[in-house]
Design a protein around this ligand. Structure first.
Ligand code: SAM
Length: 257
């Protein structure tokens, strides 16, 4: 089973502009690192690494070994270009997280905006199995995905860089089309907002017994930069859900059920 929906083939640099300039990137990055915890000497697999934004930051934070994987050759080319220009010792692969082989046994797997690209529960389970099988027992994953509680018709997030265009509802998910608004460029993507129930079912099918959701905080730096009231809509309707799990010794091997 593979997903071949490379929406990022056409986006490339536009996504980089969004990531570098949208106010939303501040809280996202703060909460990613808060949830990743200690990185010194860790081995880390960064799934859906894109142009290497977090991959590089994770290595710079002291990780021993960092491997990035992304479906989109365009995004991996951007990541490799930066690695060639300013080498940090990161290895990048083009690969589909739905069909992920065992690349190693990692202390941490980061998956920032991956699970939301699954469009069926089979794909979502396969992604989570890939995460599980690449973790050492006791290893953790940090996934950023569209929050199951996000209300596309709720308080707007335009000021932070996200404009909802539409949502089509299916049984277990909404397909949310949104504009990513950077300082110079706007791109449009469609992404899955999975329900809590579907995520719980797929986490269990993938072998995870220990996981939880973390409400994102707005860091002081973002408050200083934009003012406290600026963040009110984000606080009341965050699109970002932080899912953190551990591969425990008691978990079944993926696929062993
Ligand atoms: C919103 S970008 C996030 C990139 C990076 N994690 C970041 O936060 O800057 C989403 C990335 O997920 C990748 N992606 C989507 N489906 C994927 C899949 N099935 N396997 C691996 N990567 C995938 C896309 O190619 C894209 O680069």
């Amino acid at each position: 089973m593979t997903t071949q929906n490379d929406q990022y083939a056409k986006i490339g640099d536009k996504y980089t502009d969004f990531k570098d300039t949208a106010p939303l990137s501040g809280p996202e990055q703060y909460n990613v690192f808060k949830n990743l915890g200690e990185l010194k000497d860790a081995s880390v697999l960064d799934l859906a690494c894109g142009h290497g934004h977090y991959t590089r930051l994770i290595k710079q934070a002291g990780a021993r070994e960092v491997v990035g994987v992304d479906l989109s050759p365009v995004m991996v080319d951007l990541a490799r270009k930066t690695e060639d220009e300013q080498p940090l010792g990161i290895t990048y692969h083009v690969g589909d997280a739905v069909d992920l082989p065992t690349l190693g046994k990692f202390d941490l797997v980061s998956a920032v905006w991956l699970l939301n690209y699954a469009t069926t529960k089979d794909e979502l389970t396969a992604m989570l199995r890939g995460i599980h099988r690449n973790l050492v027992p006791g290893g953790r994953f940090v996934a950023v995905t569209v929050s199951p509680d996000f209300d596309p018709h709720g308080p707007e997030l335009d000021a932070y860089g996200i404009r909802v265009v539409s949502e089509t509802l299916f049984e277990d998910r909404g397909a949310v089309t949104m504009d990513l608004i950077g300082a110079n460029e706007t791109s449009t993507i469609t992404t899955s907002r999975w329900t809590q129930e579907a995520l719980a079912e797929c986490l269990s099918a993938a072998g995870f017994t220990s996981y939880g959701w973390h409400v994102p905080e707005v860091p002081e730096e973002s408050v200083q930069r934009f003012g406290d009231a600026f963040w009110n809509n984000y606080r009341s309707n965050p699109n970002t859900g932080f899912l953190v799990g551990t591969r425990t010794a008691a978990d079944l091997e993926p696929g062993a059920e």
